[in-house]
Design a protein. Structure first.
Length: 202
């Protein structure tokens, strides 16, 4: 195992530690944290629940790649590129993603949910890291996926990056429609002055 392999596992462990810890703390305060797939039917429910499958597959990819364990058949045969510079960029993106994710969780306070609960969304968060991006958690997770792709550039990671990109964009459109309906002018004003991701205005 190389330094990058060890660090990749540490970053994955850190990500899940932050996610699980925040979820447990929020749940202990009497809030229902798991909203992904709830109160949904048909394709909408299937799409949201597919996120769990996608995260599980992605986690397995990271572990097998870091430990150099073959996945179905030799991952080495599917490498797209292997450069030190991409490893370094991936390393930087992993750090940025974890830091951003930690700030996003802190900014959520007790409003943290995995997914959006249409029946319990009553707080519009515009402070903390939300002052700079409307979707810090989605951005952080996408950067995490991208960082791992650059470090282990094979077709499986490329597929994961593309999946998460399109899935997140679809989910964001749905969530923003709900927020516009619930918070009206307050959300429209926030949307007007805050980037969807970072440095990008709709």
């Amino acid at each position: 195992m190389t330094f990058f392999d060890v660090y990749a596992l540490i970053m994955l462990f850190t990500f899940y530690t932050l996610l699980i810890s925040k979820s447990i703390l929020t749940h202990k305060k009497g809030h229902d944290v798991i909203a992904l797939g709830k109160h949904k039917k048909g394709k909408a429910k299937a799409l949201e629940l597919s996120f769990y499958l996608g995260m599980g597959f992605f986690t397995y990819l990271v572990i097998t790649s870091a430990l150099n364990i073959p996945f179905i058949f030799q991952i080495e045969l599917l490498i797209l590129f292997d450069f030190l510079v991409t490893d370094i960029i991936g390393f930087i993106l992993l750090n940025i993603s974890i830091i951003l994710f930690a700030f996003a969780l802190a900014s959520f306070k007790d409003a943290w949910r995995i997914g959006v609960d249409h029946k319990k969304t009553n707080t519009l968060i515009t402070t903390g890291v939300f002052k700079y991006t409307r979707n810090p958690t989605y951005l952080a997770i996408f950067l995490l996926f991208l960082g791992y792709f650059l470090s282990y550039a094979n077709f499986f990671f490329l597929g994961s990056v593309l999946f998460i990109f399109f899935a997140f964009n679809h989910q964001i459109r749905k969530e923003e429609k709900l927020l516009e309906l619930l918070f009206k002018e307050s959300y429209l004003d926030y949307k007007k002055h805050t980037s969807k991701y970072f440095g990008y205005k709709k």
